[in-house]
Each structure stands twice: as structure tokens, then as C-alpha cells.
Design a protein around this ligand. Structure first.
Ligand code: ZN
Length: 334
């Protein structure tokens, strides 16, 4: 049985094959199948061009994250057909996609990959604070959720790390958005760390980026931006892993956590359907989610392109850092 999201992605990439650079980053074998992990690049091929990366499908059961990323990719490709302004923008900015990182998880409708490993706990980095029990990642057994794996990176994790690392080294500024669902009643934008209650090196720039979004789009302020450690702490977060490897780079990774509990509240029957915790079950609601994040995703591309306009210099950085500390690190719970 095919994976509908993967088939849709392949169709879109085929339709626009003259505009995209697609690579099969790995093939994951499972039972009698082999599933590709596809990486996509569009726009500038210049060294040091600013870059935005959109990632989806890290957790197989959170299908909506992958659907949001694929819908946005399709929207950009359609727009590149006719929008001259947009074509010029893409001469200067690179946009990369890893729309479905965990195909076996999609195939078997599980959070983990085919080995029972939660990829977002599989980074080779241990938390330096107390972690949320179980949810924070463990090595007890793949039968329990949030399993980190015995040792080493799973192939899917390695693919994400290699793909993002390569882009960081080719770009003067890298923004990323990794789309998930299944936490809370509202939409969150989380940034590192997941495994440390201290601020990450890009805190001042992240504060500035979030401030820019809020002041530019005050009627899209349905996101709550905060360090992930404010909600729960984990070992092995892949974005923590990447930050550790690229401390000097201007690299600002965001995780979009779509507030799916609200969909359950609006449609309580979803409680009897496991997928319902993570995905809208009604067509009109799914369509609403697919358009809900396009303003923010477009904003990230514009912000990367215009990074010199808003990235703070040394003096302003200290000022933004102080404001960010005031906002996010006044009362650390742990
Ligand atoms: Zn997730």
C-alpha cells in the first residue's frame, strides 16, 4: 500500500521537474518495500545564499506536518511559474525541503521509525538538565514510546543531519522550520534547546526574528514562541545536535508544534481514533490547517533574503539578548 503523502510529493516534483533539484538521500527498507527519503532544493545555487529549510514527517503519526510542508512546496512551485517578483527573489535565496523524513513511520502509522526509534530523541546529545521522565527519551526498549535507540544515529536522523549541515555550510544565514503536531491547544514555535534550560547561541537573533514577525503580522499572532525546554526537556533532540555542530553559524531552527488538541476538542469523536490526536479528521479543518501557516512560512523566506536588514550587530545583539532573557528566562521551572 503506497504512502499517499509520498505519492503526492512525487507527483508535484515530477510536474515541476525543470525547476527543482531533487535527490534521493536514502532508501529505507522495510518488509518487502523500499521507501525513498527525498531532499529538494529550489532557488539560488550561489555559495553563501541565505537558506530556509522546511522539514516534515519526522514522526510518522503526525501526517499533517508533512502535508503542510508539501502543500507549501506546491504553492511555491506554482507561484514560480508566473510571479516575476518571486522569480527574482529565488535568484537570491535558496529554499530546501525534507518533506517526509520517516516514511516507514507513515507506512505503519507510528511515531517511531521501523526500528522503534523516536528520531527526535535519537540525536547524539544528552540533556544537561533533568529530563521529563519517559517523554524525554530512554534506552529501555523500543516497545515503549520515545525510545532513543541503543547507540548511534538511525539512517533517517543521519539524513536530516547531513542535509541540514551541508546547507548551513553553504549559506550565510540558515532558518529552518520542522512541522509537528500533537501538543497543546495552540500553535507553538519552539527553538532550542530541548535538553538544556540555558539559552542557545542564537537567542538574540531568534528574539529579533520573532519580534519582526509579531510586529509585521499582528493578526497572525496565534503562535507562542519559546524555548522548547519551557514545555518539556529531552535527550537527543536533532536540532540540539545540529546546534552543537554549528555553534559559529547563523542558524535559527524553529519547530512548529500545531495545537492539535483543539481539533480533538472541536470533534471529540477523534478521541477514539489514535490518528485523531495528531491530525484534523474533517476535510474543511484539514484545509484550514494547510493554509493557516503560509503567511509565517513565506515570512521566513523574506526574512532570510533580507537578513542583513534585521540581524543585529554586536551592540544591538547585547540589547536583544537582554530582552530575550527577560522574556524567556526570568522564571525557569527546572
Ligand atoms: Zn512530533
Amino acid at each position: 500500500m503506497p504512502i499517499p503523502e509520498l505519492s503526492q510529493l512525487e507527483q508535484i516534483l515530477h510536474k515541476h521537474r525543470h525547476k527543482v533539484r531533487t535527490s534521493c538521500l536514502a532508501e529505507i527498507g522495510h518488509q518487502n518495500h523500499r521507501f525513498p527519503i527525498l531532499g529538494v532544493e529550489l532557488g539560488s545555487q550561489q555559495l553563501h545564499a541565505p537558506t530556509v529549510i522546511f522539514v516534515g514527517g519526522v514522526h510518522g503519526v503526525e501526517r499533517i506536518g508533512s502535508q503542510v510542508v508539501i502543500a507549501f512546496l506546491s504553492c511555491l512551485l506554482e507561484r514560480l511559474e508566473w510571479d516575476e517578483h518571486f522569480q527574482r527573489l529565488f535568484d537570491k535565496v535558496r529554499v530546501a525541503f525534507l518533506p517526509l523524513l520517516n516514511p516507514v513511520g507513515f507506512y505503519q502509522n507510528s511515531r517511531a521509525n521501523g526500528n522503534g526509534v523516536d528520531l527526535m530523541r535519537n540525536g547524539q546529545v544528552d540533556a544537561v538538565c533533568n529530563v521529563t521522565p519517559l517523554v524525554g527519551g530512554h534506552r529501555i526498549s523500543p516497545v515503549l514510546p520515545w525510545y532513543r535507540g541503543k547507540h548511534g544515529l538511525e539512517l533517517e536522523s543521519q539524513v536530516l543531519i547531513d542535509f541540514v549541515s551541508d546547507l548551513i555550510t553553504r549559506s550565510r544565514v540558515t532558518l529552518s522550520l520542522d512541522a509537528h503536531s500533537g501538543f497543546g491547544l495552540k500553535d507553538y514555535l519552539w527553538f532550542p534547546y530541548a535538553g538544556n534550560v540555558a539559552p542557545f547561541p542564537g537567542l538574540a537573533q531568534m528574539f529579533r526574528l520573532m519580534q519582526l514577525f509579531d510586529t509585521t503580522y499582528p493578526y497572525h499572532a496565534h503562535y507562542q514562541a519559546a524555548p522548547q525546554s519551557h514545555f518539556y526537556t529531552t535527550h537527543g533532540d536533532l536540532w540540539d545536535h545540529l546546534i552543537k555542530g554549528h555553534k559559529k553559524a547563523t542558524f535559527l531552527p524553529l519547530t512548529l508544534e500545531m495545537g492539535s488538541w483543539l481539533w480533538v476538542k472541536k470533534n471529540p469523536k477523534q478521541l477514539f481514533n489514535f490518528a485523531g490526536f495528531f491530525n484534523p479528521q474533517k476535510r474543511h479543518r484539514q484545509e484550514r490547517i494547510l493554509r493557516r501557516h503560509t503567511v509565517m512560512m513565506n515570512f521566513l523566506i523574506q526574512a532570510a533574503y533580507s537578513a542583513e536588514q534585521w540581524l543585529p550587530g554586536e551592540q544591538a545583539k547585547m540589547d536583544y539578548h537582554a530582552q530575550a532573557m527577560q522574556l524567556w528566562y526570568q522564571k525557569v521551572k527546572r
